[in-house]
Structures are given as structure tokens and as C-alpha cells.
Ligand binder design. Structure first.
Ligand code: GDP
Ligand code: IMO
Ligand code: MG
Length: 417
């Protein structure tokens, strides 16, 4: 059966690690949304791989595919692909010709969008031009990979784009769109990657009856429609976008992945956020620094209320918990089980004003005792009793089994039940 690994929090749940782990038994690994705002870290035998666009299956030499729902920055892809070619033998990557491109002016607009917002209203984007690139896609202005075959088509599209955006760029002292340079850059990019570009029809034929692993980027609470708007990313991160973003009409099982605590990078509501030294401890021990922007990630207790919501909107079949090892030495570990006594059914998770107004108290948390260092990773039964109690509580709360337990960043620090 095909599988999808989907983040259930605000991203950085460890998707890269788990996709790498699971990809052994799949033929093809697919990204279907997002762009190089994603930062997926995989560590294998002491070697660290940081991937933004290319699916983590590449490390095991699996065929990788970027579907039409991805937004692709040619400069970034060229560099990331260049790195991969140096480290992986004969990597096989295909790009959907229907992918929309991120160009320089998208990054300028991303900056402007943030600039005009008041401090507490700033989204805190990754500045990679993601929002403006999706805006152009929805606004039917995108330059697609398939356009790169024709200089005339690129030129014609850029002329419209220039008319539309130059006045804005100019009024914020940003450089205007340089049509000639953009055309040259895009044509030379096309020359270097044209062998990788395929139509959706090719993928359908080529990967018929193959086992597919879908790699989500970001997390359910950053989903454009389901997340805490406007503090979200600009794509649908949830599993129901897989068919659209990959153009593959296939069935799959959804593995929902979450950390044993919560982190958020960027602004927006975070009801179980910690502002004390426990939060600082988790950030330090968990090395909670953004892969893409190097920003410190905000840390808090695991939030089961939003996790239950994420399980529902993703139709999660099984769960994966990561990073419980980060909490090993805390004397008390908490999880959030209600929002001011309210259950998840009573909360509107896409209304950030309501979420921001919450102020949780002791009754909203369940407390667990320390489980100490974990010495034996050979199987679930040998884990410390207190960690098993913590895991059982989460399973019961969510009514979904936790099948994968990750207790360290290395590929082999993983237990399957
Ligand atoms: P992603 O965006 O969901 O792929 O997650 P990131 O790679 O951005 O962040 C997860 C970080 O935690 C990475 O540095 C991983 O190497 C690391 N990591 C993943 N799983 C575990 C785990 O179980 N324990 C610990 N300590 N680190 C982990
Ligand atoms: P992975 O795949 C964590 C956050 C940004 C910001 C918001 C909007 O590594 O889990 P954007 O640049 O997408 O317009 O920013 O979304 N964000 C992420 N946070 N992990 C990510 O990806 C993220 N991708 C975007 O910090 O709050
Ligand atoms: Mg990440």
C-alpha cells in the first residue's frame, strides 16, 4: 500500500527522518506541495543531509518526483540538485512540467508583504517567495516549467507580470523586473534540467503499480485552509491535497507524524507555548533551530487538542512520535488535553484571533513523571515504563495507534511496533 507521511503540528516533526526510514520499501518518493520553505534533515551513520525540495528518499537512491503542486525556485533547485549529484550516485529525479516557478520578484514581494504588516501581524515567513508564487498560480500568471521550452512564451508572460508588479516593486524601492535577464536565466536553467522534466501523463504510465511514498512538507496547522489563518503557509499541506498536487489518482495510508512536544517557527497562535526555562531547555536539547531560516523555534508542551484535529483533517491511519528522547531528563512532562476545558470539536482552529485569546490553566494539562535515559532501543517492550504510559495516553486520547517511535535523529534510532 502507498503511504503518506504528514506533519500534524507546525512543521519540523521529523518528516525527513521518517521518510528516509520508510522509503526502503517504496519505489518512488513524491513531494506534492510547498517549496524550499521546507527543511528536512536526515542523519545516516553520522552524515547529515539537509533537503528543501528534493524528497528524502533520494538518500536511499529512490526515484523522486516533484509534483505539480510544488512551487520551484530554479536557482535553489539547481544548487540543491548540484549538491545531490555530488553525494548520491546517479540520483533519479523527475519534475512535473506543470510546476509553477518562484522567481526573484516573488522573493521581493514576500519581503514587501511582511514589511507592510504591523509587528504582531507579521507572518514570519521563510522569505522564499512561497506566498507570492502561489498567488501567481491562483492568479493565472505563473511561469510553468513547460513554458521554458519557448523564449516567446516566457517573454510574453513576463511582460504581463512586469506591468502588474513593477509599480509595487518600485514604490517599495525594490528593483523592477528585468525581462532580458530573467529570460536568459530561465533558458539556461532549462538547458540544465530539461531531461528531468516530464508531463503528468508520463508519470501515470511510468509509475503504474509502483509503491509510492508521499512526503508532506510543513504541517497540518500551517495548512492554508485548515491552519491558523493568516499565520499559515500558502499551500494545502493536508493529505487530501496529495491527489491534486501529485496528479496521481492512487490510494494511500496516512502516517501522521508529531513530536513529543510542540514547536512553531514564525508567528501565530501556540496555546501550549512555554515561556520559562523548561521551554529553553527543550529548545536547546532538541536543537530547535529552523533548518531554512536558522530562527529559534518556539517550544511548548504537546498539544493533544490540535493534534486530534490534525488527525481528523488528515484522516490519519497510524501515528509516528518523534523526539521523546529530548524530554528524557525533565522531572515532569505535560501534555495539553483541553483549551479552557473545551474539547477539539468546540474549537475553530482556523481562527487565529480565538486561538490567541486562549489562556490555558493547570486543568488543561495532564502530567507525567520522568522516564529518564533510554538505554535500550531494541523494541517497544524494553522502553521505560513511564514513556510507555505517556505513549498509551496519547494513543487513547487520539484513538489511533502509534506504530513508529523515533528516539534520536539517526536512521537506526527508530522502533516499529
Ligand atoms: P521535518 O521538517 O519534519 O523533516 O523536520 P526537521 O528535519 O526540520 O526537524 C527535525 C529535527 O529533529 C532534525 O534535526 C532531525 O535530525 C531531528 N530528529 C528527528 N527525529 C528525531 C528524534 O526522534 N529525536 C531527536 N533527538 N532528534 C530527531
Ligand atoms: P518543514 O517541511 C516549519 C512556516 C514559516 C511561517 C509560515 C509561512 O520543514 O516542516 P512561508 O515561507 O511558507 O510563506 O511561511 O510557515 N513554515 C514552516 N515552519 N517547518 C516548515 O517546513 C515550514 N515551512 C513554512 O515559518 O511561519
Ligand atoms: Mg523542517
Amino acid at each position: 500500500m502507498n503511504k503518506a507521511v504528514i506533519g500534524l503540528q507546525w512543521g519540523d516533526e521529523g518528516k525527513g527522518k521518517i521518510v528516509d526510514y520508510l522509503s526502503e520499501e517504496f519505489d518512488l518518493v513524491v513531494r506534492y506541495q510547498g517549496g524550499n520553505n521546507a527543511g528536512h534533515t536526515v542523519i545516516v551513520d553520522g552524515t547529515t543531509y539537509k533537503l528543501n525540495l528534493i524528497p528524502s528518499g533520494i538518500i536511499r537512491g529512490k526515484v523522486c518526483y516533484l509534483g505539480q503542486g510544488v512551487v520551484l525556485d530554479p536557482i535553489h533547485f539547481y544548487n540543491e540538485y548540484g549538491q545531490i549529484i555530488k553525494t548520491i550516485e546517479s540520483p533519479k529525479i523527475f519534475l512535473s512540467s506543470n510546476i509553477s516557478l518562484i522567481l526573484e520578484y516573488h522573493k521581493q514581494l514576500d519581503k514587501i508583504n511582511e514589511l507592510i504588516l504591523k509587528n504582531e501581524k507579521k507572518i514570519g515567513t521563510t522569505s522564499k517567495g512561497i506566498g507570492p508564487a502561489y498567488q501567481d498560480k491562483v492568479g493565472r500568471k505563473s511561469i510553468k516549467l513547460y513554458d521554458l521550452k519557448s523564449k516567446n512564451i516566457i517573454e510574453e508572460k513576463l511582460e504581463t507580470i512586469k506591468k502588474f508588479y513593477d509599480p509595487i516593486l518600485e514604490s517599495f524601492d525594490e528593483s523592477k523586473i528585468n525581462i532580458d535577464k530573467t529570460i536568459q536565466d530561465l533558458l539556461s536553467f532549462y538547458e540544465s534540467v530539461k531531461e528531468l522534466i516530464v508531463d503528468n501523463s508520463f508519470i501515470k504510465k511510468e509509475f503504474k503499480n509502483k509503491k509510492i511514498l508521499f512526503e508532506g512538507a510543513q504541517g497540518a496547522l500551517l495548512d492554508l485552509d485548515h491552519g491558523s489563518y493568516p499565520f499559515v503557509t500558502s499551500s494545502n499541506t493536508v493529505s487530501s491535497n496529495i491527489v491534486i498536487g501529485s496528479a496521481m489518482q492512487v490510494d494511500y495510508k496516512t502516517v501522521g507524524i508529531f513530536k513529543a512536544y510542540a514547536t512553531r517557527v514564525g508567528n501565530g497562535p501556540f496555546p501550549s507555548e512555554l515561556f520559562d526555562n523548561v521551554g529553553d531547555y527543550i529548545a536547546e536539547k532538541g536543537v530547535e533551530i529552523g533548518t531554512v531560516t536558522k530562527r529559534k523555534r518556539r517550544c511548548g508542551w504537546l498539544d493533544l487538542v490540535s493534534l486530534k484535529y490534525s488527525c481528523e483533517i488528515n484522516r490519519v491511519d497510524e501515528l509516528c512520535i518523534t523526539k521523546a528522547d529530548v524530554l528524557n531528563n525533565l522531572s515532569e512532562i505535560k501534555v495539553c488535553k483541553s483549551y479552557n476545558s473545551k474539547k477539539y470539536e468546540e474549537v475553530n482552529f482556523s481562527d487565529s484571533v480565538i486561538l490567541e485569546s486562549l489562556s490555558l490553566d493547570d486543568n488543561d494539562f495532564e502530567s507525567f513523571s520522568s522516564w529518564g535515559e533510554i538505554k535500550d532501543l531494541s523494541n517497544f517492550e524494553n522502553l521505560p515504563e513511564n514513556l510507555k504510559k505517556f505513549i498509551s495516553y496519547i494513543e487513547e486520547y487520539l484513538s489511533i495507534p502509534i506504530k513508529i517511535i523515533s528516539l534520536g535523529p539517526e536512521r537506526n534510532q527508530t522502533i516499529i511496533r
